[in-house]
Design a binder for this molecule. Structure first.
Ligand SMILES: Nc1ncnc2c1ncn2[C@@H]1O[C@H](COP(=O)(O)OP(=O)(O)OP(=O)(O)O)[C@@H](O)[C@H]1O
Ligand SMILES: [Mg+2]
Length: 139
């Protein structure tokens, strides 16, 4: 599937749509260049899942947790991780086991961390406010 998103508002609406379909334990792996809109989309998903906390980019801490919604969310950003071991040391396997929705920016840095059921979403800049969003249906 590919969708052309014309504005930040449309990106937020897409996040709400994605959130409404997510189940505990779902993993969403996001890719796309700097400024593609990964964090914006994650914010909208967290909000759509009902978490009330303010969502900020976990670039420096690698992970932020949002426990207050319909499903708790753990939001990772692999951008600053130099090695896969840094993610594993955070307790990656425990995060996967506990049934949160997992959102990961720059997921393609360590694709081997993801299982076959992962929902990959690719974002690309296509103008100042237009973004192309591609994903494959996960069965
Ligand atoms: N349709 C859109 N959807 C999302 N962001 C948009 C859109 N149009 C413009 N923008 C702008 O693009 C930027 C997206 O920033 P965001 O932090 O979400 O990107 P990112 O992919 O997380 O980048 P990074 O790799 O640095 O984490 C923001 O400055 C935002 O205002
Ligand atoms: Mg980001």
């Amino acid at each position: 599937m590919e969708r052309s998103i014309e504005s930040i508002a449309e990106m937020e609406a897409l996040g709400g749509e994605i959130a409404s379909r997510l189940q505990p334990g779902d993993v969403v792996a996001l890719t796309g260049e700097l400024g593609a809109g990964k964090t914006h989309l994650c914010k909208a998903i967290v909000r759509g899942l009902g978490s009330r906390e303010v969502v900020t980019s976990p670039t420096f801490t690698l992970v932020h947790e949002y426990p207050s919604g319909r499903i708790p969310v753990s939001h990772f950003d692999f951008y600053r991780a130099a090695r896969r071991d840094e993610i594993v040391a955070l307790g990656w396997d425990d995060y996967l086991d506990r049934g949160d929705v997992i959102l990961v920016e720059w997921a393609d840095k360590f694709p081997e961390l993801f299982s076959a059921g992962t929902q990959w979403i690719h974002l690309a800049v296509d103008g100042s406010t237009r973004r192309l969003v591609r994903w494959e249906e996960v069965s």
